[in-house]
Design a protein around this ligand. Sequence first.
Ligand code: KIV
Ligand code: ZN
Length: 514
Amino acid sequence: MGPTHIRIFDTTLRDGEQSPGCSMNLKEKLRMALQLERLGVDVVEAGFPVASEGDFEAVQAIAKTLRLPIVAGLCRALPADIDRAWEALKDAVHPRIHTFLATSDIHLEHKLRMTRSEAMAMAIAGVHYARSLCSDVEFSAEDATRTDPEYLCEVVEAVIREGATTINIPDTVGYTTPAEYSHLICTLMDTVPNIQQAIISVHCHNDLGLAVANSLAAIEAGARQVECTVNGIGERAGNAALEEIVMALKVRQDRLPYSTGIHSPEISRSSQLLANITGVHPQPNKAIVGKNAFAHESGIHQHGVLRNRATYEIMTPESVGVKVQHIVLGKHSGRAALAQRFSEMGYELAKPELEKAYKLFTKLCDVKKEVFEEDLTAILRDGLSDIPEAWKLRLAQVTAGTQGYSHALVSLKPHSENEEEEQSGTGHGDGPVAALVDAIAGLTGVRGEVLDFQVRAVSQGSDAVGEVFMKVEIDGCILTGKAASTDIIEGAARAYLYAVNKALHTQQLKAVYV
Ligand code: KIV
Ligand code: ZN
């Protein structure tokens, strides 16, 4: 790696996952991690192993699966935390222990109730112990931008002496400004005698909307690793957005002559995968990955773009993997054509997955004239659900209107050998979704409260596939349900049923393990 190479450290699965509504289960994290590998990130921060059993298992699974990137696990500078992180990471091809400790007086006094010298000793001991387990150790001085710079330099020098290979200078609360941050990085470069033995990393939160600008300023000052998340998800206002940093470096090579290992045409797919897993979609005007990022609305702009795209486009949609929608397949396409198309979109399907996807595809062709790539991706995501279906939807019918209650008739097939077995029931409520939920609860015996309900058209036209996303509280647990369908009533019923099946599956697992 040359002196101008910038390492991209992705923390979508750790800092990003900490943001409200963005939690993911193990399979979802693994799928996202594989996409990050394909995107070409240098480091995947997979989680915080000591935080929960689920986090531990996810870090372990990711560590065992990824081949190319470094896999990092976060831990406080405590022996038990470090041990847990190492236990999860030790099978990785390239493991990294990422240990952190706050260094600002406000954190030391009010959160850790520690003196500066106690924190110094703890940081030294933590890094020393982590290095005895793993040759790649990152140390983060939490709240570095509100830390006394002189003390920060002392801590950095000490942990490099103990063997830290990367030093992270987080702007934990999104407080700094580009010039101030740049100055801090320069101070570290000029003052810490052994600084050349480590890579300086930056990690910016977006509370003042400056996370990307601050990260770029730090790169210009000498930082060679940037910590960021896909779609900029993260605590509070989020973290620096990976796609914005990468494309700023790519598009403004004249001012920012740095390289990354990111394969930018994978950006759009990474963004969409994350949004579909979490149900949190970037706002339409979000740079690079928003729905409108490449849309030209005004007549003057459209005219200019038609003559020469460069009049109003500083990068092509293709450079970030955004494709102009086109018809891909029709009613008469067979399994081979479908498999080929999925493969072009980057999904290699095993036989049973292809079979499932093909069934959904033919159903879709019956109701939709044109099938777009987005429709296919949506049915694929729907078809690859990994939750066993204790109940399957056979029929959902709703009568609803502006006056009075809505009524639903639902038929479900319970999991059994008998293909013909079916149970039907009715329900009512103050809207179509409430009526469906009431009917499904009557049949399955699982009653949940819908906390969030979203429908999103994935392609164009009134017959577009709609993705339905639901958050449901069942027995004190918040579960997400999702489904894709051209019919929102069917989609809503299936999304709710997905959450019910998840709840039943969890109950079953508990019965086995408890
Ligand atoms: O924002 C922060 O300081 C962090 C550290 C744990 C790296 O996320
Ligand atoms: Zn953070």
